[in-house]
Design a binder for this molecule. Structure first.
Ligand SMILES: *[C@@H]1O[C@H](CO)[C@@H](O)[C@H](O)[C@H]1NC(C)=O
Ligand SMILES: *[C@@H]1O[C@H](CO)[C@@H](O)[C@H](O)[C@H]1NC(C)=O
Ligand SMILES: *[C@@H]1O[C@H](CO)[C@@H](O)[C@H](O)[C@H]1NC(C)=O
Ligand SMILES: *[C@@H]1O[C@H](CO)[C@@H](O)[C@H](O)[C@H]1NC(C)=O
Ligand SMILES: *[C@@H]1O[C@H](CO)[C@@H](O)[C@H](O)[C@H]1NC(C)=O
Ligand SMILES: *[C@@H]1O[C@H](CO)[C@@H](O)[C@H](O)[C@H]1NC(C)=O
Ligand SMILES: *[C@@H]1O[C@H](CO)[C@@H](O)[C@H](O)[C@H]1NC(C)=O
Ligand SMILES: *[C@@H]1O[C@H](CO)[C@@H](O)[C@H](O)[C@H]1NC(C)=O
Ligand SMILES: *[C@@H]1O[C@H](CO)[C@@H](O)[C@H](O)[C@H]1NC(C)=O
Ligand SMILES: *[C@@H]1O[C@H](CO)[C@@H](O)[C@H](O)[C@H]1NC(C)=O
Ligand SMILES: *[C@@H]1O[C@H](CO)[C@@H](O)[C@H](O)[C@H]1NC(C)=O
Ligand SMILES: *[C@@H]1O[C@H](CO)[C@@H](O)[C@H](O)[C@H]1NC(C)=O
Length: 840
């Protein structure tokens, strides 16, 4: 890894050069996005006209704001090398440039702890030369500012992130794809980068708290809740706390974080250790600040009620211990500090307690005792002196190789959204150990007793342990069809890897999950109905719906291959019967001839959805006629740049267009085109040429990775909250590899593979790529050479393959030999093939 780019300017600490000329900007970025690519020094964040990064940079009162831009999404533990000087600096992180204009960047992320810094700003006291390193990681950003807060001068020699994810350059990944339309190459890269920043190795994300001889040292962070106590209501929670800087924070009654109190106790802000940017309006000294909701500040989608301030009758010293006792008493929360009533905050809430100071605060916590208010029974006690605390509060370093929904936000192990991620991994980074890790993690969280036995955790939080899985039900298990997406991923993994040992190992557990899902099939309709949470992501809040039922059909049909491979024919037959029954029910009850497609559900027969069309096609529920008719209905979902989720969604400039659902549609269109002989490529082309390219535009939102949602004007679809590194939006990566380059497994694990290039339909001149497989790499290329088609490819020794295409007819030259072809041609691995059509 080259730390200083060859073209970069060397700036000495003595004098910073004036603003750059644009000629400097076209030199390429350093792909290792752990150090910035460009910077600007000035008085405010700067979007354009940045110069190439490198060398030393001096912050002074006249140029206090250093803007740093990374080539792509960067992730890791922030560090700064100080060359000289001292003073206070505030660092801000954001994916979307405009977050730099906000007091808290694009955060804070106050709904889950997730082994990262909840806050997107942090302040440091620079005391001289040396390295400054954050204690918590920042999961994803493209922009950063470093602002000098004091009347000093500080010289920096290096800034960046100690990577906590893989940072291999895209060009060095096992998978590769490029096409004559460079924009398609760019779309493939989006997914490769998205999975790279969102997937984390076991143990790579450090514990958020440090257990010391004085208890847990807790940095400013979203309060981490105790796994016990979700059922408690009227209790008293006491703990000892020592403020190391600024204040300490805690919660009680926090079973629902959006309707629970959050308390911050501030210190007297001693001169020596108080940051000059401490917001004394938000957090006055010697005060209990009480918020209700996600935090004491608002963020998009994470609202907090107006705070109340409770000035204390005493001064709160830093580095002194206090006993803080909070009682939920029915009308409010009584807070005692060393026996003195500090505040009574009205309100009510039930559930567990949590610890987490506010931004830039640090505090110790120990001797936590929870008692039943009515009779004094001790419900919980922990001195916070041992590592078991990390597990109980879900702040333990991660256990498995897993992928998160997003790099910066939604750092949760969402198994449903992983359906795209798994496929994009296989096409690009080839870290199939992440797919395996997700499977292991899901099954270790599988419930094994009670009515819900068989369910797997759909949204386990990074840092929590399956040791307490029963306590995390239902919170970590919600959304019924996410269970189905996991079944789908199992089949995908088998198809991609042929890892029969894993399939065998988990076959009984797979069947247990299928069995509990089967209990949700409505006996009257034969469609998926009431379930443990009756929450179906793909069904717009309805039951008896098309999309989740078709998804179940699809998952079962894929798992039938696994059942055959593990020699369990009785189960294969049972899955077949169940799948056929659901498919018939969809076709009988949900086809709406006047719409020309399937209705969303029995209760919403006149609305239709993108995922219902996608899954009925991919599952083989829709025959060719119905598939063609459904696809013909799609243009009415088009809004400005992409396709809306449903026909009932408004046509507004804040309608969220989802790359997740359009990704499922994209593959189904390719399947219908290849197998049903239907003209589907116009819709596919619109998505590939108009929708996804919004994520390629170099501008304030670019991260080099796929996004979570997009507004019709092409900007991020949940404002600053949007994850701009979200693998659920990465479908083009695997669709381009599998359907446009056209290399797919024909048998599990590519022991036999297919090369079926999409020569016509997207207007491409050539495509080439590398597809990693368990047998070795498949290299493939197709090219329109005048009127001739030229295919060049080679697969691993020991495999066989087949070339397919309705254009593969008549006279072809195969390695120089004239051969008459009729649509398919069998090949063997270990030999390079050059096939050229005779042209017309
Ligand atoms: C915990 O301690 C380690 C080692 O001293 C340090 O690197 C890390 O930043 C600390 N973490 C927190 C959250 O304080
Ligand atoms: C910063 O460090 C200096 C030198 O150790 C110290 O005097 C000062 O009090 C510190 N300031 C803060 C805000 O911690
Ligand atoms: C300080 O907090 C107050 C109250 O929340 C807020 O209105 C103000 O914008 C904050 N100031 C800064 C500089 O963030
Ligand atoms: C957050 O926003 C809501 C709705 O606009 C408002 O009622 C509330 O006072 C805000 N809370 C804070 C802490 O600013
Ligand atoms: C608060 O009480 C604890 C004992 O519970 C004592 O050690 C501590 O000194 C007291 N704090 C102050 C500031 O008096
Ligand atoms: C803190 O105060 C509460 C209430 O008086 C008491 O029950 C608890 O034992 C005290 N904690 C410690 C560690 O002394
Ligand atoms: C709760 O505590 C407050 C303040 O001490 C008190 O006024 C109120 O009566 C208490 N409510 C109950 C139900 O005990
Ligand atoms: C909590 O205490 C209040 C006041 O004593 C009482 O009205 C309420 O029923 C209690 N709640 C529970 C769940 O026991
Ligand atoms: C204390 O009260 C709780 C319910 O409020 C009850 O479950 C528990 O058994 C009681 N303990 C004793 C020792 O009475
Ligand atoms: C699966 O279940 C069957 C029947 O209960 C049992 O015989 C077999 O040992 C189990 N296999 C595994 C791998 O647990
Ligand atoms: C599903 O539809 C059937 C009618 O076909 C109806 O009897 C049943 O109540 C519905 N189930 C749910 C959960 O709405
Ligand atoms: C599944 O069921 C269909 C319809 O009965 C049948 O044609 C097909 O052969 C079955 N597939 C398997 C693998 O049993």
């Amino acid at each position: 890894m080259k730390l200083i780019h060859a073209y970069s300017l060397f700036l000495s600490c003595v004098s910073a050069l004036p603003s750059s000329s644009s000629a400097l900007q076209k030199s390429s970025y350093n792909e290792n996005s752990d150090i910035p690519a460009q910077y600007a020094l000035g008085t405010a964040p700067t979007l354009g006209g940045l110069r190439n990064y490198g060398g030393q940079i001096t912050l002074t009162p006249s140029s206090p704001v250093l803007t740093l831009k990374y080539a792509h999404e960067a992730a890791g533990i922030p560090f700064i090398e100080i060359e000289s000087g001292q003073g206070q600096i505030e660092i801000k992180y954001t994916e979307d440039f405009y977050g730099l204009d906000q007091p808290y960047g694009d955060g804070p992320w106050v709904f889950v702890n997730s082994l990262s810094n909840t806050f997107r700003t942090e302040t440091f006291n620079v005391t001289g030369p040396g390295r400054i390193q954050s204690s918590l990681l920042q999961g994803g950003q493209r922009w950063q500012t470093i602002t000098l807060l004091t009347n000093d001068s500080i010289c920096l020699s290096q800034v960046g992130f100690v990577p906590t994810v893989e940072i291999n350059p895209i060009e060095s990944l096992p998978g590769a794809f490029s096409a004559s339309d460079g924009s398609l190459t760019g779309l493939w890269d989006l997914g490769a980068r998205a999975v790279r920043a969102a997937c984390v190795d076991a143990g790579s994300q450090p514990a958020s708290w440090n257990i010391t001889a004085e208890g847990a040292l807790i940095p400013g962070q979203f309060p981490a809740p105790c796994v016990f106590g979700n059922e408690y209501s009227n209790y008293t929670m006491s703990f000892m706390t020592k403020i190391a800087r600024g204040g300490t924070g805690w919660r009680v009654g926090t079973s629902n974080v959006r309707a629970a109190p959050y308390f911050v106790l501030t210190s007297d802000y001693p001169n020596g250790s108080t940051f000059v940017n401490t917001n004394r309006t938000l957090l006055p000294p010697n005060t209990i600040v009480a918020g209700f909701g996600c935090s004491i500040v608002n963020q998009t989608l994470l609202p907090s009620d107006t705070d109340t301030h409770h000035p204390l009758p005493m001064s709160i010293s830093e580095n002194e211990w206090y006993n803080i006792t909070t009682t939920i008493n029915g009308t409010g929360f009584e807070i005692y500090i060393n026996g003195t009533l500090g505040a009574f905050v009205t309100g009510s809430a039930t559930g567990t307690w949590a610890f987490g100071p506010f931004s830039d605060q640090v505090a110790y916590v120990k001797d936590v005792i929870v008692t039943d208010t009515a009779n004094g029974t001790i419900l919980y006690q922990n001195d916070f002196m041992s590592e078991d605390v990390l597990v109980q509060y879900g702040v333990h370093s991660n256990y498995y190789n897993v992928c998160l929904d997003g790099a910066k936000r939604d750092r949760v192990i969402w198994i449903g959204d992983f359906a795209h991620t798994a496929r994009s991994i296989a096409a690009s980074t080839y870290r199939t150990d992440y797919i395996l890790g997700m499977i292991q993690n899901a099954f270790i969280w599988q419930l094994t007793t009670g009515n819900n036995s068989g369910l797997i955790a759909t949204q386990a939080t990074l840092g929590t342990s399956s040791e307490y899985k029963d306590y995390y039900f239902p919170g970590a298990y919600g959304i019924t069809d996410y269970q189905l997406f996991f079944l789908l991923t199992l089949g995908d993994y088998y198809r991609l890897t042929n890892d029969l040992a894993t399939m065998q190992k988990y076959w009984n557990q797979t069947k247990d999950l299928v069995a509990v899902m089967e209990t949700y099939i409505d006996p009257y309709s034969g469609l998926l109905g009431t379930s443990y949470d009756s929450d179906y992501f793909t069904a717009q809040g309805t039951l008896n719906a098309t999309a989740p039922t078709a998804l179940f059909v699809l998952a079962l049909r894929q798992l039938m291959d696994v059942g055959t491979a593990v020699d369990d024919t009785a189960t294969v037959d049972a899955f077949n019967t169940t799948a056929n029954g659901m498919a018939d029910a969809i076709n009988t009850l949900l086809w709406n001839p006047s719409l020309g497609t399937y209705g969303i559900s029995i209760t919403e027969p006149n609305d239709f959805s993108l995922v219902a069309i996608a899954f009925t096609i991919r599952a083989g529920v829709a025959n060719a006629t119905r598939a063609a008719s459904s696809i013909a209905a799609l243009p009415s979902l088009f809004l400005t740049i992409g396709y809306k989720d449903t026909s009932s969604a408004a046509n507004s400039n804040t309608t969220q267009l989802s790359p997740n659902t359009q990704g499922f549609l994209l593959e189904s269109l390719m399947i219908a085109n290849a197998t049903l002989g239907i003209q589907t490529l116009d819709v596919a082309r619109t998505m590939l040429e108009t929708f996804w390219p919004k994520m390629l535009e170099q501008g304030p939102y670019y991260t080099g990775a796929s996004w979570e949602y997009v507004f019709p004007d092409g900007s991020p679809g949940i404002y600053l909250f949007t994850s701009l590194n979200h693998p659920w939006g990465s479908a083009p990566t695997y669709v381009l590899t599998e359907y446009v380059l056209g290399v797919q497994p024909a048998e599990p694990g590519y022991t036999k593979w297919a090369f079926a290039p999409l020569v016509y339909g997207l207007g491409l001149k050539w495509v080439k790529g590398t597809v990693p497989t368990p047998q070795g790499d498949i290299f493939a290329e197709w090219r329109m050479d005048g009127s001739k088609i030229k295919l060049t490819f080679e697969g691993p020794e020991g495999t066989t393959g087949v070339v397919n295409g309705d254009w593969l007819v008549g006279k072809w030259s195969v390695n120089g030999m004239m051969t008459m072809l009729n649509g398919t041609y069998d090949i063997v691995g270990g030999t390079k093939y050059i096939m050229v059509s005779s042209g017309k």
